[in-house]
Design a protein around this ligand. Sequence first.
Ligand code: C2E
Ligand code: MG
Ligand code: MG
Length: 626
Amino acid sequence: MAYAQLALALASSASLAAASLLLPENRYDSAVLALAIFTMSMLCFLIAFSGKLDALRARLGRSQAKEQQLQALLDHSPAALILLNKHFRPIYTNQKFHSLSGISDDSVPDTADIERLLSLISEETRQRIRSTIEQGRSWEGELHIQLADREEYVAAVASATKDEQGNIEHYIFSCEDISENKAIANRLFVREHYSVLTGLPNRQLALKNLQRTIEQQGEDASGFAILHLDLDRIRFINDSLGHHVVDRLFRETAERLRRCINDEQLLAHLGADEFLIILGEGSCSDEASIFAETVLSKVSERYLIDTNEINVSASIGISQYPDHGRDAETLLRRAEAAMFAAKGKGGNQFSFYQAGMSSQAEYRLETESQLRRAIERDEFKLHFQPVIELGSNRLVAAEVLLRWHNNELRNPGPDQFISVAEECGMIGMIGEWVMINACQQAMRWRRAGLPEINIAVNISARQFEESEIVDTVRRALQQSGLPARQLELEITEGLLINDTPNLRQCFQELKALGVRLSLDDFGTGYASLSYLKRYPFDILKIDRSFVHDIDQSQDSVTLVNAIIAMAHSFGMSVIAEGVENLQQRRLLKDHHCDMVQGFLYTPALNAEAFSDWAKRYADVHEAQHI
Ligand code: C2E
Ligand code: MG
Ligand code: MG
């Protein structure tokens, strides 16, 4: 269009100029010239104006498009936007604002609408936002909006715009609904920080809370105590009644503990059967002790799950801030160490942390984790120590002693690992492995033509807590084919403290199978002589602590003599353990001890070495008569 006008204008001015040149010189020339000049200037103006007009129109078009684009952008913005003047009067809102606020989009909301919206936010937050933006700075944060039927979360940005002089002109608010993200984040937080089973804070959150409690302690704060609680022998229940019963037991325990705590205390579920309680500020040793006693008695009340009546006890370790640690990890580790100490003393009690406990606890933890893999890695081996009959000098039995080849722990002895296996519920499994392998070994020797000997297997008291021991023995005998009379079970006195009908029933069943029962380590435990009458023991084993000085102490001789006489009066044979020299052997023989075992003959040997030893001994023992 502009080019057409320009062409037209040029053509007209060119034709007029040409006409003026062609006309006779003296006629009309001044008038024509004036007309031509006027026409030309008009045309020039027209040309110039039409160009400007085009530019203007183009610019207008462009700004309209821009405005439309801007409007589309604002309308489709996921954020609700509101523009306020410097007196906080709304002057622009986008569509999202209306849909989010529920205010009709017919018009811009009035101040009352804005006031109503702002009332959903806490007064404190409102003040903070206002003072920030009035200073010309921007505020950014999350707003929690509590509506009648639900709660919402919005991410908000508020800022001010300024004129050229730097005076505030407008305020802009932008809000985005993040309720859905927040709900997911909350769910993730819950999963990460709470126990799925009990709904209590888990270890991670407990540590955070513990750290926060520590940080809140001022210089002159009186400190506080934490309790680490662990249920005793829970794996037995797990093995016998199954996971679902144990899970319900944990839930019930959590509930009992919840009822023990007040608002200032925190209860957390650290995992499986472990709980943590953070006592409130200023909780002293006495308060912690009383609290621990209460908790122990609550936990030991009988549980009824489905039709199962379950008796459980707990061990509690207590550590105190700041005496036992100044950070959460240390305090927790030390409470755990103290808990292990309580467990080591038999459970159902509490212990305060004392220096030196950690390493023991850590060692136990490491032992436990290594034990779990010992059988599959084939790290256990059976060793055998001969038992000699004094009258005939014959090899009559072999005591089976478990050896654990584990490099990491430098081959710990049974005194170190059996108690751990008992506590972590693995003794049943290990005991069964020992029993089966011992019976099979005895049969291999029999088939290889070795003289018939009894095999004595040590049984842990914990193996009796479930009646499974009878099944284990029966299975081992069946699988190996070993005659029951050749199997002896060594049981320590400790087992007899909890004299229950169930235990006596177990003994009767074992006797009925035809195996022999030995009372091991006699004199070290709590056995009163009345036990000897009550239980059907065939053999009494005098502990080596009585034997080791009989060659030096008349008192010991008298004592050993009395034990032998008493055992005989109950119809039991006697084995003296730990015989290391000929003098001891002679004295024992003189006092009618039936059998001996000890380093005088040999320490425990592996199966092959034992068989070689037995052959050599058979060749020479009668001749030597040591
Ligand atoms: P225990 O049943 O009283 O076994 C005898 C312990 O005395 C063995 O120690 C043995 O090596 C040691 N001993 C034997 N003769 C002598 C001697 O003349 N002098 C000295 N100083 N010691 C002697 P070990 O093998 O370290 O076993 C320690 C305890 O571990 C056993 O005591 C037993 O209670 C337990 N134990 C060993 N194997 C098993 C097992 O397979 N199952 C269970 N439940 N406990 C086991
Ligand atoms: Mg023994
Ligand atoms: Mg013994």
